[in-house]
Write a protein that binds this ligand. Structure first.
Ligand code: MRU
Length: 367
């Protein structure tokens, strides 16, 4: 994506060729600040404290975290400990484990003194592959949006193409392009008059602060809405389709995504609105057969629920408490949408039904 005309990824190597730089997403939307990661501990902190977030970007950061670890100590023991440390940072996004396994595989047979350079090379490949995969998701999703847009025009109600999305599954959640937002960028760039309903996505507001920020940078028309608005908009014909991202897809097509996604899928089903999920193949957990039962759901600090951060009129960034002293709060990070509510899965290889057979038709090597 471009920021002020400059192509920018969300993670890159510093000019010195070994440190890793990221956008500190905890400072968005009001400040654009980068952070420098120099060690395994820095990478683990960046993931855990959500300086980087979004399943694909978490995976890429973990890969570079292993490279930083190998630079410091490439022994089998050090790498095994680094793997465990990074794996424990975020439990739900499966791309984290996928990337760590890829790194271990790439380093297993490499002599200790060459592991650092091999690790940097594989991490860079993982980042580049993410960009290619997401661009292909964008192309496949763009075709769907073009079809929905053509139907709308055929009905004589062109107006604009309204897409609802939840959380941030855009460029900021990946290395580039995004997953759910990639089709929107491609459709917009191709001239389809797309407009995005952006769920604010409490408690951390990834929609309001991140999706809105990046759509704004790209010039895509959008409207930030309260999380509870989607059902109303769908009932009144104001949503042509939903596209969300995902942190883990089970082999039966169940989709784990940011908390609140399930409610949107229910509302979409009730109103006959197509509900698509965009995913890169590293987000499929082939080992989980039943997503509702078996995907671990991250529970986060309740301060994310009890407090909110924003900008005051004089430009200061402040955090305020929004719940009464003494009230308990709960903070589940994700929920699982059963496959029966999902119209289609948009992958880099094409679009398939959210079923075991659908997934296997696109990924026969997993059959
Ligand atoms: O907790 P986060 O911000 O890491 O949440 C992950 C997400 O960004 C969303 O769940 C997203 O829709 C899937 S990741 C492309």
């Amino acid at each position: 994506m471009k920021i002020n005309g400059t192509p920018t990824r969300t993670i890159w190597l510093a000019k010195d060729g070994w440190a890793v730089e990221i956008i500190d997403q905890t400072r968005l939307p009001h400040e654009f600040v980068t952070a420098r990661l120099e060690s395994l501990a820095d990478a683990a902190h960046a993931i855990k404290a959500m300086l980087v977030r979004g399943a694909p970007l978490i995976g890429a950061t973990a890969a570079y975290g292993m490279a930083l670890a190998a630079r410091a100590n490439g022994s089998d023991l050090a790498l095994a400990l680094s793997y465990q440390l990074l794996l424990g940072t975020r439990p739900t996004a499966i791309n984290l484990k996928w990337a760590l396994d890829e790194m271990m595989r790439a380093l297993a047979l490499v002599p200790e003194d060459q592991r650092a350079s091999a690790a940097y090379q594989r991490a860079a490949e993982i980042a580049d592959e993410d960009v290619e995969i997401n661009s292909a998701i964008g192309d496949n999703g763009h075709k769907l949006l073009a079809e929905i847009w053509a139907e709308r025009q055929a009905k004589g109600t062109p107006g604009r193409l309204n897409v609802l999305t939840h959380c941030n599954a855009g460029w900021l959640a990946t290395v580039d392009w995004g997953t759910a937002i990639a089709p929107i960028y491609k459709a917009f760039d191709a001239g389809i008059p797309v407009h995005v309903w952006v769920d604010e996505t409490r408690p951390r507001n990834q929609g309001a602060s991140l999706t809105a920020r990046e759509l704004n940078w790209h010039g895509v028309p959008h409207t930030v809405i309260a999380d509870n608005s989607g059902g109303h908009l769908m009932q009144h014909g104001m949503v042509d389709c939903c596209i969300v991202g995902t942190d883990r897809v089970a082999s039966n097509g169940d989709v784990c995504n940011k908390i609140g996604t399930y409610l949107k899928a229910l509302a979409a089903k009730d109103n006959g609105v197509p509900f698509f999920v965009a995913l890169p193949s590293p987000t499929i957990d082939w080992t989980v057969a039943d997503g509702v039962k078996d995907i671990p759901i991250e529970e986060r600090d309740v301060s994310e629920q009890t407090h909110m951060t924003g900008k005051t009129e004089d430009g200061a960034i402040v955090t305020v408490q929004v719940t009464p002293d003494g009230s308990a709060a709960g903070n589940w990070g994700f929920d699982v949408t059963p496959a029966r509510l999902v119209t289609g899965l948009i992958t880099e290889r094409g679009v398939c039904p959210a079923t075991p057979e659908g997934l296997k038709s696109l990924f026969p090597e997993r059959g």
